[in-house]
Design a protein around this ligand. Structure first.
Ligand code: NAD
Length: 280
């Protein structure tokens, strides 16, 4: 695949300092884009800016909370003054939370008496809210703020990050599953809503990539793969986790108006066959 020419395009990436996001930022910079990284961890973000500059790219970072509209407005102001208006928004901030996760896959009658378990019945609302806010509301607010820059622009586009959980929920993580299903649904809604103003909206649904957001479910205290991790690999026809760089081609395809100019409202799985496999 030819790399898209993103020269002079301003790309805003939330969650840009994350394990997956940092690959996206570097790849976009390599295509000539000016990359604005919205991060919560300034040290990490500054290190990433340096790495991008070392490969000849252009990047900046603004400490931004995607759940705080004012923080996003201030970030936009700084990015507009430094780089210009936003052409491409990648809504990458997201993740799960232990308080939105049940201890067991299946509920059994006696579990109701076991206070040490997080069951469906005692899942704290805060856990659910945290996960819904981070994934759905963080995408909504960042889009409300940055899509204003895209009105009337040529080749403006938004990429959301969904998940395998959006197609079929995984056990134990009801909040994350529902939030990512909402992301896929919201992607379709927004694609339709913005179709007449030329903003394309699509999503990527990554399969399983070992990162900080899922390591507590996939790696045990000794550093070995958990039973759940083995189960995932066994359900992935390609028999392994994805490598972060394997998401880059799909991202570049979706931001490239020449390649995907008539594509809007889709959710592309990048999953080694996970979503196609029935398990038999
Ligand atoms: P990660 O934890 O490495 O990255 C998440 C990023 O979100 C971090 O940079 C973090 O600083 C940022 N973030 C968290 N709260 C924020 C806030 N309030 N404001 C701004 N930024 C905030 O995880 P990752 O695996 O790189 O995840 C990237 C995206 O991919 C997420 O949306 C995740 O849900 C999704 N995803 C990951 C996988 C996987 O297997 N790793 C699979 C499917 C989807």
């Amino acid at each position: 695949m030819n790399k898209p020419d993103l020269k002079n395009k301003v790309v805003v990436v939330s969650g840009g300092t994350g394990v997956l996001g940092s690959y996206w930022c570097k790849a976009l910079a390599e295509c000539g884009a000016k990359v604005a990284i919205l991060g919560t961890n300034l040290d990490k973000a500054q290190k990433l800016v340096k790495e991008i500059e070392e490969i000849g790219g252009v990047a900046l970072t603004v400490q931004t909370n995607v759940l705080d509209r004012q923080s996003l407005i201030e970030a936009k102001k700084f990015i507009n003054e430094t780089f210009g208006t936003c052409d491409i928004l990648i809504n990458g901030a997201g993740g799960n939370h232990p308080q939105g996760t049940t201890t067991k896959e299946y509920f059994e009658l006696d579990d109701i008496k076991k206070d040490e378990l997080l069951t469906f019945f005692n899942l704290p609302l805060e856990g659910f809210e945290h996960v819904f806010d981070l994934n759905l509301i963080g995408t909504l607010l960042a889009t409300q703020v940055f899509a204003q820059d895209m009105l009337g622009k040529k080749d403006a586009t938004i990429i959301n990050i969904s998940s395998m959980n959006a197609f079929k929920p995984l056990t134990k993580i009801p909040a994350y599953s529902a939030a990512k299903a909402a992301i896929s649904n919201f992607t379709q809604w927004l694609a339709v809503h913005f179709a007449k103003v030329g903003i394309r909206v699509n999503a990527i649904a990554p399969g399983f990539f070992l990162t900080s957001q899922n390591e507590n479910l996939l790696i045990d205290k000794e550093g070995n793969l958990t039973d759940r991790a083995h189960k995932i690999i066994n359900h992935t026809p390609m028999g392994r986790f994805g490598k972060p760089e394997e998401l880059v081609g799909t991202l570049l395809y979706l931001v490239d108006a020449e390649a995907s100019g008539f594509v809007t409202g889709i959710v592309i799985p990048v999953d080694g066959g996970f979503s196609a496999y029935s398990g038999v």
